[in-house]
Design a protein. Sequence first.
Length: 240
Amino acid sequence: MKLDPQQQAVLLELANTERSMDVVGDGAFVTREQKEYERLVQEQQRMLNASAAAQMAVDDMEAEILRIQEDERKLRKRERDDKAQLAAETDPERRRELEHDRYSAKSRIADLMSELAECHNQVHALRNNREVHGAQSDELTRQVEAAKRSADSANEAAAAIKDPQTHIEELRAQLPQDALAEYDAQKNDSDVGAADFNGRTCGGCYIVLSGMDQQRVNRAPADELPHCPECGTYLIRKQD
């Protein structure tokens, strides 16, 4: 696309305005930064719920370990009591009962030790899962705080525009019809019609171009808008 350098600045403002503002159901506008902030808040809530569930799983498993350990203590006491009674008991029938009870206690203790080992393995994995969720929650909190600042700035800037749609129409009126047609076609194809180029990175897909592509874009004539090789966006360079 060919476009006068001064009109390129108008096209970039148009592209940025259209990208940053979406129409909602009541005809009002919401900035892209506000939508990203709201998305992150929802993601943060889901992560907080997941973290709470992970903590609950750890608490339940730790309670199960304590129950097993308490049962083990009771059974070992029972086994010791049986052993002590056997040392003094002479009645054959009573000795058989004590031997049976002692065997049952020892057998149950062995089962509990197996359960306890499995629970310790599980609680270790659950604690790791809890730590992962905690770290992800902390990172999301930082992202939400940054997104809130961006949304506040974007909303403040948007509020300064009394009627965004009128502003968009005014910008479009300053551009040639053929340039608008090419811009709209590219926007329909990739959602981003035009974006700034800082000498290295496409402002549409945020990909750093190869050295060869950087040279191709930077060396293009001043009145030409080269394409990004990755997303096809028209790249608008900073004018001297």
